[in-house]
Ligand binder design. Structure first.
Ligand code: HEC
Ligand code: HEC
Ligand code: HEC
Ligand code: HEC
Ligand code: HEC
Ligand code: HEC
Ligand code: HEC
Length: 280
């Protein structure tokens, strides 16, 4: 439980909290997940109500989701299924101020008749609104290797849909899209393209090996050495337990020469059109 809270490191701005998961997921997910998550959220929000400023708009007050629905029908219709629909402000009804947890208080925007750049925060242009709560994500983007979000060349919404049910999907794509790999394939066609000899590791998603936000290792790798591969490939022999056998071939000498994907070895980690052993 504690691990779950800290691993996610979601922090709530002073006045925001998360309602229990029941309402959102009822009927969508299995009972086991539902129960586990409900407890986790309850304890997370109890533990982590640290003070962080919500997006501020001078002089504006919170007006609630219903006040946005009038003009932003599509977002308001999709939003109840989003994980963020459960976030709300102290004193308001469950989830009622979910829109404003990211966009800031809406009264002045509404009084002005709405409009682009009019007294409302758009976190599509500045991810700070997201970082207010997602401290760990913020930290990941500050690691030496990262997707160029801090540089303003990329944005959270290229990989996450802030309003819809499946947040691990870029905004604006249809339901036919597979989750993780398809998101990456938009920009990294070369690594995601079909191959004659595919590497089945990719079936589990690009994030098996890459941290999508940032990493201390080159190429956003989760680990920089053979351990990246050994979590799926290690096989020891009975006769000589110390020996490293991978794919029935002794690898003791090979692994001394560098990472498994270094030149001359399995450099085609994403699949190959010619080599079943992913050599090139
Ligand atoms: C998790 C944070 C978050 C929540 C909660 C949220 N939004 Fe957004 N909203 C965003 C982000 C990020 C963008 C930028 C999307 C983009 O650039 O594609 C955005 C964009 C918008 C836009 C502008 C779209 C455009 O044409 O550029 C509107 C309108 C909007 N949201 C309304 C709402 C309403 C209404 C709600 C509640 C029903 C809501 N949002 C809840 C994060 C959020
Ligand atoms: C009176 C109608 C109206 C209401 C009510 C309204 N908006 Fe808007 N809003 C607009 C219009 C018009 C735009 C211009 C963009 C567009 O045409 O979609 C806009 C733009 C936005 C944008 C994009 C801003 C930007 O700079 O890109 C966001 C975010 C947004 N609204 C959020 C909200 C939220 C959250 C609420 C409720 C608290 C809300 N709006 C209530 C009419 C309204
Ligand atoms: C007011 C606090 C708050 C803000 C602001 C916020 N989030 Fe969240 N976010 C949460 C909470 C709480 C959860 C659900 C708890 C969890 O899954 O760890 C969540 C869940 C998520 C998840 C899904 C995690 C999962 O594994 O299912 C993603 C992705 C995410 N947020 C991205 C964003 C992005 C992108 C923005 C800005 C556009 C944003 N969040 C703004 C509080 C916030
Ligand atoms: C290059 C695509 C990409 C970008 C850009 C991106 N994310 Fe993510 N994010 C992902 C993927 C993929 C996952 C799922 C990771 C997993 O399942 O291991 C994820 C997971 C998350 C989670 C869940 C917790 C976690 O780390 O697993 C949060 C919260 C989150 N992202 C927030 C954000 C915010 C905030 C931004 C913008 C500042 C952002 N992300 C930008 C791809 C991206
Ligand atoms: C919207 C486009 C976009 C999406 C979507 C995207 N990326 Fe990227 N990716 C980039 C850009 C831009 C860079 C930085 C390239 C540079 O700085 O030269 C990058 C860099 C990388 C790198 C490091 C490459 C290197 O040579 O150092 C890896 C690995 C990577 N992305 C993996 C992923 C994964 C995994 C996903 C899906 C979770 C993903 N990307 C989604 C645009 C994207
Ligand atoms: C089995 C682990 C693994 C998986 C799964 C994986 N990658 Fe990689 N990826 C690597 C390794 C290792 C490198 C470094 C290769 C090098 O340095 O020569 C890399 C490098 C990259 C690069 C940098 C350019 C290059 O080819 O060197 C990009 C971009 C990238 N991967 C994207 C992706 C995408 C997109 C997916 C999912 C479709 C994915 N990766 C799945 C291990 C993996
Ligand atoms: C998520 C698990 C996973 C990870 C991580 C992983 N692989 Fe794989 N790999 C597989 C599976 C499954 C297969 C296909 C079944 C098999 O041959 O074991 C495979 C097959 C291979 C093959 C072809 C074997 C043959 O001769 O048919 C090579 C070579 C390979 N992987 C190298 C690597 C390298 C190098 C890495 C690290 C960058 C890596 N794998 C990481 C799961 C993984």
């Amino acid at each position: 439980m504690g691990r779950f809270c800290h691993a996610r490191a979601v922090q709530f701005p002073a006045a925001f909290r998360m309602e229990p998961i029941h309402a959102r997921f009822a009927g969508l997910l299995g009972l086991a997940l539902l129960t586990a998550a409900a407890i986790a959220f309850a304890s997370c929000s109890a533990l982590q109500r640290t003070v962080v400023a919500p997006p501020a708009i001078e002089g504006a007050t919170f007006t609630g989701n219903a006040s946005c629905a009038e003009c932003h029908t599509n977002y308001s219709r999709a939003f109840p299924s989003s994980p963020h629909a459960r976030v709300h402000r102290d004193g308001s009804t469950r989830g009622d101020t979910g829109c404003e947890s990211c966009h800031g208080p809406g009264s002045k925007h509404i009084a002005a008749g709405g409009g682009r750049g009019k007294l409302i925060v758009n976190p599509g242009k500045d991810p700070q609104a997201c970082y207010n709560c997602h401290l760990q994500t913020h930290a990941e983007f500050q690691l030496p290797q990262h997707h160029p979000v801090p540089e303003g060349r990329m944005n959270c919404v290229q990989c996450h849909d802030p309003h819809g049910r499946d947040i691990l999907k870029p905004a604006g794509f249809g339901l036919g899209m597979a989750r993780l790999n398809e998101t990456c394939a938009e920009c990294h066609r070369e690594q995601a393209k079909p191959q004659v000899y595919e590497h089945r590791a990719l079936w589990e998603g690009c994030t098996t090996c890459h941290n999508p936000h940032g990493s201390v290792h080159a190429k956003l790798l989760i680990q920089r050495d053979l351990n990246l591969c050994l979590k799926c490939h290690a096989q020891a022999t009975g006769a000589n337990p110390g020996m490293l056998i991978i794919g029935k071939i002794p690898h003791d000498q090979f692994v001394k020469q560098g990472a498994c994907w270094s030149a001359g070895c399995h450099s085609a980690v994403h699949g190959s059109s010619v080599s079943p052993r992913l050599h090139y």
